[in-house]
Design a protein around this ligand. Sequence first.
Ligand code: BGC
Length: 415
Amino acid sequence: MKKTPLAVVALGAVAALALVGCSNNNNTTPPANTPAATSAPADTTAAAPTDTTAPAPADTSTPASTAAAGGTLTTLPTFPAGSIIGVSLPQKTSENWVMAEGLFNTQLKAAGYKPMVNFANNGVTDQQNQIQAMITAGAKLIVIGAIDGSQLGSQVAAAKQAGITVIAYDRALTNTSNVDLYIGYDNFEVGVLQGTALLAGLQAQKASEGPPWNIELIAGSPDDANSKPFFDGAMSVLQPKIDDGTLKVPSGQTTQQQAATQGWLAQNAQKRMDAVLAANYAGGTTLSGILSPNDTLARAALTSVKNAGLPNPVITGQDSEVESIALIGAGTQYMTINKDTGNLVTQVVKTIGDIQAGNPISYGTTTPNGSIDIPTIFLTPTAVTQDNLCTAYDPTTAPTESKAALATAFCKSKS
Ligand code: BGC
């Protein structure tokens, strides 16, 4: 097993985070799609547990995504071994994208392909141009993690014209029929896990402050098709608790639009949280919890809370970023989501191999994208809190090995 020293891991994280501030995406078009999972009924069974020592409970609800019909794709064009495979990634708004770059390069090369992996650091136009360049270069298959899934219609139409298979990676492509497959983690389930953990955390750590507990909500970038299922999944758990008075949102900002963070940028989340705290908590109102859709924004919100001189709230996250694993160990961030990037890239590269060989591709569900139901392969996300931190990450697979090492170090230091 290859070990990555923690210092290297931490430096990598800092480098990745430094890049976060450099992105520039002014596109405000909201996604038109409503992934199948978002139509799942509110899970009213996911109430705050009464056992305050229990870990965040596993979600037992059945999102519509898992109920939707799967199937088998048999008509995708095969292509020669050693072909060019394009991978178009968005901006480096979280660590998982940086990891994906390295993993795609390594795994595609190991499978004998010629990878052409690009980041669209300068926004949507950059991504459009990069995909066009992949088509011109003769790519046989293009994997796309879209900045704005609704803005690549012409490029994927051109890809289709050229007989190129298009796979949407992590984020759906919307309002186009020219996408063959979507491979990612179940986004609605991510939201359900976040909402469930927030309730469990309030019960476990803030019993003296509620119910009712005061919480605030943060949503992701409105141009990312994932932001809606994340938010809807969380609200399927939280809305019934707002309705029955268990939770209060003093700012009144309870819609995805009101809670949105353009470009997934930490500074945008922090700015909004600064304003929310100044307007609603300056007079001594207690803030007990924050729903944050990912780790980068959780840390931004924690900075805002600290600057306002308020006590540390229960706060959710996503991505298992190195800095946030440390914060969970320290008890500052309550939870994150493990969506192993290595497993996701491995699934994509395996699927590419199957397409190349002409094997049938099985998918478990579909995602309506405003034009078609995209055949979808969803991997299952898991929630991570202090309760399962020590065993949450696989120490045998990169890049999770370094997260496991970090988590283990925290667990050892605590025992
Ligand atoms: C991904 C998240 C990530 C966010 C910001 C989403 O589309 O699914 O894992 O935190 O983008 O980069």
